[in-house]
Structure formats: C-alpha cells, structure tokens
Design a protein around this ligand. Structure first.
Ligand code: BTN
Length: 257
C-alpha cells in the first residue's frame, strides 16, 4: 500500500498556510488530541496532523471512528474569526465533496450537517472541536475518509459505510487526495474571508432537502420535512404541526414516506 509521505503531500500543495506544517505519525490514538495540544502550544494556523491509522479515532456525538490503515485521518488547526466559525462545517464538507469528485469522478453528496456520502453510504466523517475564549482560540477540523479500505472487513459498519476503493474497484492515491483536499479547504476558507459565501454551494450539495427525516437532537428525536438550511448552517425542519423548527446540531436520518 502507498505510504503517506508528508514531503509528497507538500509537493502537491499550492497553499499559503494550510499544510505548511505537517506532523505525520504512522499510528496515533487520535489526530484530534495531538492537534489540540499543538494548537494550545501556539502552532501556526494551518498546521495539519496526519495519522496512517488511529487506534482511538473519535466521531461526533461521543462515538468512535474506525481508522484502519488505508484511510485518511487528519486534523487541521485553524484560527478563524468568530464570524466564520459556523461556516467551517460547510467549507470542510464541500471541500471533501469537490476533492472526491475531482480525483475519482464519483458523485458525492452531503448529509446535514457534514457527512459525505456516496450512493447513500458514508465515505467521510468530519468532527469540529472549538476552543472559545474572548474570541476563537482555535478550531480543529478532523476529517476521516475511507479511501483504500475493504468495507467487507469491517462488518460493524459495512452496511452504512463505503470507501473510495470499494466504489471504484481500485485503489486511489491518498497523498494525492490529501494535497488536493488541503488546497481546496484553503481556497474555500480564504474565499470566506474575502467575503464569498460557501453557504449556497454547500446547500446545493445537501441530499436531504425536501425529504422526510428524523433528527436526533439533544436527547430528543423530532420528525418532519427537511425544508431548508439557514445561512448559519442550522436545519429548518417543517414539523407535522406546521411549525418550522430550527435545529442547530443533530444527527439526521432519512425516513420512509
Ligand atoms: C463522525 O462522522 O462522527 C466524525 C468522524 C471524524 C473522524 C476524524 S478522523 C481524523 C480525526 N481524528 C479523530 O479522532 N476523528 C477525526
């Protein structure tokens, strides 16, 4: 299997700050923890922590994330203004979609807020952890992509998850994907700071709009039609009562009609 080489990743970058510092580890419990430690020590914005495999990968809502060798597991240290914090979910998920499409030709979509799916199966998960003080101290974007992984070997998730190699029938260069992904994240993030909106582009890639869904939010499950999303990233859910609920964070699943 192709090794992840920070030098080769760097050779494919045309970024000003994202990936200018790359910390690579063959194996880590979680890139989130290392990235956070780096950030608190003052690591420059754009520092990237990459692991070939994670032994304690973390997912959203306290879940784990399986990260065998062959996948991509990385965390990026950003220091956005508070104004842009909500948009990081949009930047990262859209960048993953663009990168998958540009490198493989596979069509990908986003399940609100930031899961990336191919043919309705999850190929990428994103975890964003922020440290807030008077403003944003730092924000860590953690991205896990199933690249060259045989999902049949992971029966716990094989019915709901897929990988790029399973979809393509051949393996893909992780180095190439990482370089392109970092380039794309910086392009979209810089665009935000230059006043461009990623909101419309993100919304256009959401696969749930207009569909009946159920949303696990806090401890409750609410149902309705996923009518739209607001510019701050929250989900607008039309409930059976006719009420339009604004959901800031949660886990969506499609519901049969
Ligand atoms: C989810 O869908 O629940 C989010 C999964 C996020 C996984 C990535 S892999 C790189 C980074 N390190 C972790 O431990 N988690 C994130």
């Amino acid at each position: 299997m192709e090794d992840i080489s920070p030098e080769l990743i760097r050779a494919g970058l045309h970024t000003r700050f994202i990936g200018q510092k790359i910390l690579y580890f063959p194996s880590l419990p979680s890139t989130m923890t290392v990235a956070r430690k780096e950030a608190t020590r003052g690591a420059p914005e754009g520092t990237v922590v990459i692991a070939d495999e994670q032994t304690g990968g973390r997912g959203r809502r306290g879940r784990g994330w399986l990260s065998p060798r062959g996948g991509i597991a990385l965390s990026i240290v950003l220091r956005p203004a508070l104004l842009y914090l909500n948009s990081l979910i949009m930047v990262s998920s859209l960048a993953v979609v663009h990168t998958i499409e540009n490198t493989t030709g596979l069509e990908a979509g986003i399940k609100w807020p930031n899961d990336v799916l191919i043919r309705n199966k999850k190929v990428c998960g994103i975890l964003i952890e922020n440290s807030l003080g008077e403003g944003v101290n730092y924000s860590i974007t953690g991205i896990g992509i199933n690249v060259n992984i045989r999902m049949a070997n992971l029966p716990e998730i094989s019915s709901i998850a897929t990988s790029l190699s399973d979809e393509l029938g051949k393996s893909v260069s992780r180095v190439d994907i990482i370089s392109r992904l970092l380039n794309e994240i910086e392009r979209l993030y810089q665009g935000l700071r230059d006043g461009e909106s990623v909101y419309e582009k993100w919304r256009a890639r959401l696969i749930i709009l207009g569909k009946p869904v159920q949303v696990l939010t806090g401890g409750a499950t609410v149902i309705g039609i996923a009518e739209s999303v607001a510019p701050d990233g929250s989900l607008l859910l039309r409930q059976p009562s006719g009420n339009l609920a604004k959901i800031v964070a949660g886990e969506v699943s499609l519901r049969p009609l």
